[in-house]
Design a protein around this ligand. Structure first.
Ligand SMILES: C[S@@+](CC[C@H](N)C(=O)[O-])C[C@H]1O[C@@H](n2cnc3c(N)ncnc32)[C@H](O)[C@@H]1O
Length: 264
């Protein structure tokens, strides 16, 4: 088993990291530059630079307590820093289901170099796995979870991914054309795990899913089904997407759907 990150490298809490983002940035840059010759895949130095610069953009999320959870996908140990203080700082059941599917269908999905955007990425497990499997990933979420998301992505991909993932703010239904103009941003896959639950933004979520899909884009949506409103969302989803049930994970009541936007 390869280890992307030894847990000794990872601080238990952001407060224990170098006090300035610049200090953390320099440490990551040094680590990235030492990468060549360590047996990892070749990396794109421009993307490293831009990812490391974006590390300065997001303020570390300041939760009172964290845990370090270990996962194993694609033969790599992945360490995700989580906090029960936010929905967006915990790995949810559909995330592990989607990771399992990506791992088992990497070739079939042509993930190598595929352009992927994840919505509601939370602490980032799915985006980490997609990156390790070779995709060019942009992980998005609400502003307050981006610090932890960025942290987990960088720590788990610097030594393991040919394309370092990006992090961007994406609030469902807000400023989509301004922040993700269709002429510039095209994605092969949109990924979403456990983004449907009891919240007030389901219509905006569906609008966002539709907006991000262009001809050729495949949406992979995994969700634990808990409430009647989840099934109501699924009905609306089926009205706008040609929908295929790809997999079921009965132990967690999770279903994985493929959606391809209807164009007629
Ligand atoms: C239940 S968590 C799932 C996190 C992750 N996808 C997983 O499965 O582990 C839902 C995620 O959606 C994000 N979210 C909720 N409302 C949102 C909104 N209006 N715009 C963008 N993201 C939102 C939350 O911040 C959170 O990260």
């Amino acid at each position: 088993m390869d280890v992307c990150l030894s847990s000794a490298q990872q601080p238990r809490h952001f407060g224990e990291t170098p006090k300035t983002p610049g200090g953390q940035l320099e440490a990551k840059k040094k680590e990235a530059l030492q990468k060549d010759g360590t047996g990892g895949p070749p990396v794109d130095s421009d993307r490293i630079e831009s990812s490391l610069q974006s590390l300065q953009t997001f303020t570390p999320t300041n939760y009172a307590s964290y845990t370090q959870e270990n996962y194993l996908y694609a033969g790599k140990k992945i360490v995700i820093q989580e906090s029960i203080e936010s929905y967006g700082a915990v790995v949810w059941p559909a995330a592990t289901a989607l990771c399992q599917y990506l791992e088992e269908h990497t070739e079939e999905l042509h993930l190598q170099d595929a352009k992927i955007l994840e919505i509601g990425a939370g602490p980032g497990l799915v985006s980490v796995v997609a990156s390790i499997l070779g995709a060019q990933v942009t992980a998005t979420d609400l502003p307050d979870v981006l610090g932890n998301l960025q942290y987990n992505l960088l720590n788990n991909t610097l030594k393991c991914a040919a394309h370092l993932p990006d992090v961007k703010e994406l609030v469902w239904g807000e400023d989509l054309e301004q922040n993700f103009p269709k002429s510039t941003f095209y994605y092969d896959y949109i990924l979403a795990s456990d983004v449907v639950y009891h919240h007030y933004f389901l219509d905006k979520l569906l609008t966002t899913m539709v907006y991000l899909c262009q001809p050729g884009t495949v949406l992979l949506w995994a969700n634990k089904f808990r409430f009647s409103t989840d099934y109501e969302f699924l009905d609306k989803f089926k009205q706008v997407f040609d929908t295929t049930l790809l997999a079921e994970f009965p132990e967690s009541s999770t279903k994985l759907f493929q959606g391809i936007l209807k164009w007629d």
